[in-house]
Write a protein that binds this ligand. Structure first.
Ligand SMILES: [Zn+2]
Length: 233
């Protein structure tokens, strides 16, 4: 149930029989030749498809996350960790006040990990409300499927290139990019990161056949749905 297409009365009715909610966590940041909104598009879509048969409301994806290393790339917006944690806390507080008791955060961006730490702290302060933090792309089954298809996969590579994150008219390079030196990149400032990464792909091919991407997607939707189903206590 897409919250965007729902009114408050419908949610009021829903809360009489269920108390689950899903909040996708996205980011607006460089993804090489793909959309700047890859992490928002994928987290929201996987959440919606997983929630659909269960009838659980899926809130709009938070479009901004924590991505300071990409700040030299136009269109990359980074919230401070402090801002981000406050934002997610306000969302959890609002949901709790209305009666939601089981909340799944479907995260699409590695830099948003502080929300996972916050969720653990918040639960201790709010007994009776369960919050799960789910990195959909590196959850065990989904990541195993990615590895089975091509172990050289990372940020902005083929593994984020779905028909729904690709841009019309943009041609993807055909070569396999060597994996970036993560140890060096982690200590670089944004300008140096851009110089090191160039187009922004961390490493790997830029595109793989749609059938392979659909196979990964199917696993990701099923795995995300399992988390919605339980256990919650
Ligand atoms: Zn991404």
């Amino acid at each position: 149930m897409k919250v965007e297409a729902t009114n408050w009365q419908q949610l009021d009715d829903y809360l009489k029989t269920d108390d689950r909610a899903v909040v996708p966590l996205g980011s607006t940041e460089q993804h090489a030749f793909l959309s700047l909104s890859v992490d928002s598009i994928l987290s929201e879509r996987v959440a919606l498809e997983a929630a659909e048969p269960l009838g659980i409301p899926v809130f709009p994806a938070i479009p901004y996350g924590v991505t300071p290393y990409f700040l030299d790339y136009p269109g990359s917006i980074s919230l401070r960790v402090e801002t981000y944690v406050r934002l997610v806390r306000d969302i959890l507080d609002s949901l709790k006040a209305q009666g939601f008791r089981r909340i799944l955060l479907v995260n699409g961006h590695g830099g948003n990990q502080p929300a996972g730490s916050l969720a653990i702290e918040w639960m201790a302060d709010n007994p009776g409300v369960a919050v799960k933090f789910h990195n959909w792309w590196n959850a065990p089954k989904t990541f195993a499927k990615v590895q089975e298809i091509d172990p050289v996969a990372s940020h902005a590579s083929w593994m984020e290139n779905f028909p729904w994150t690709r841009l019309a008219g943009v041609v993807q390079p055909t070569q396999q990019k060597p994996m970036v030196d993560f140890a060096r990149m982690r200590v670089m400032d944004p300008k140096a990161v851009r110089k090191l990464l160039g187009d922004g792909n961390f490493g790997g091919y830029y595109e793989r056949p749609d059938e392979e991407m659909q196979a990964i997607w199917d696993v990701a939707v099923a795995e995300t749905r399992e988390l919605m189903e339980g256990p919650w206590s």
